[in-house]
Design a protein around this ligand. Structure first.
Ligand SMILES: C[C@H]1O[C@@H](n2cnc3c(N)ncnc32)[C@H](O)[C@@H]1O
Length: 240
């Protein structure tokens, strides 16, 4: 039996999952988070709608990891492109995650820190790397579920933090700071950090809901409802 935990930030992201009961199976106390339990073939899947941002994602995931064993944790949903090659509706699978707002500010400027670290006078060789690696094995599995879908599947670095990056100026600055980054979101840093700590493989697969080309806030709102499909395709594929 493969045990899979799927986290999504918003309820819209679950709307198109085939056969997902309208009423959740249970509610995660004390946060009143809706949870669906699905069992097909050799897979048991728990799906939780966490709410937006790293605080919601962290609290819900901590609760699950304290009470269950999972073979993999999948974070599905939406993100904003920071690389101009990503188009609306493309999917970005994270090879690595960087928390872009874990910074140490000083009179010399900003220094980026790994999640949960405080560098201060720590010498460079003693610092934890900024990147947290996702599961290569599960990334390939999720990639294969998207093979026959429209749009391109990209693999690369996902930036993550508390900020909704709603302007091209900020997106360009992030891209200049983290040249290899493809996408930014608000929950991947929680999943990456906690899963690495708990030694559970994880996957971040996010559909591009806003690009670098036009006003992210407008695109995001317009595209939100049509982009749920990819999350549904992945969940349907896992259950097939
Ligand atoms: C607002 C919701 O959608 C994701 N998301 C979509 N676009 C962006 C963006 N440009 N910046 C940050 N998060 C984004 C977040 O992860 C959050 O769940």
């Amino acid at each position: 039996m493969t045990r899979i935990l799927i986290l999504t930030a918003m309820k819209e992201e679950l709307k198109d999952v085939a056969g997902l009961p309208a009423t959740p199976t249970t509610s995660l106390a004390p946060f009143a988070v809706p949870v669906w339990k699905l069992q097909r073939n050799e897979a048991e899947i728990l799906i939780a709608q966490t709410g937006i941002g790293p605080i919601n994602a962290s609290s819900v995931l901590t609760s699950f990891l304290s009470n269950h064993k999972f073979d993999v944790v999948l974070l599905l949903g939406l993100g904003g492109a920071v690389d101009p090659a990503l188009k609306l509706g493309d999917v970005c699978i994270a090879t690595d995650v960087i928390q872009h707002d874990a910074v140490c500010s000083s009179d010399h400027g900003l220094e980026y820190m790994a999640s949960g670290e405080l560098h201060l006078s720590l010498p460079k060789e003693k610092r934890k790397p900024l990147k947290i690696k996702a599961s290569t094995h599960w990334n390939q599995k999720i990639d294969s579920l998207l093979k026959n879908q429209p749009g391109t599947v990209h693999h690369g670095i996902v930036l993550s933090g508390s900020e909704f990056v709603g302007g091209t100026v900020r997106k360009n600055l992030l891209k200049r700071t983290f040249a290899d980054a493809l996408l930014v979101d608000m929950e991947a840093c929680s999943v990456a950090y906690l899963c690495e700590k708990a030694q559970v493989p994880f996957v971040i697969a996010k559909t591009v809901a806003d690009t670098t080309h036009s006003k992210p806030t407008e695109e995001y709102v317009n595209f939100l409802t049509s982009s749920q499909k990819k999350t549904a395709d992945i969940i349907d594929g896992l259950l097939a």
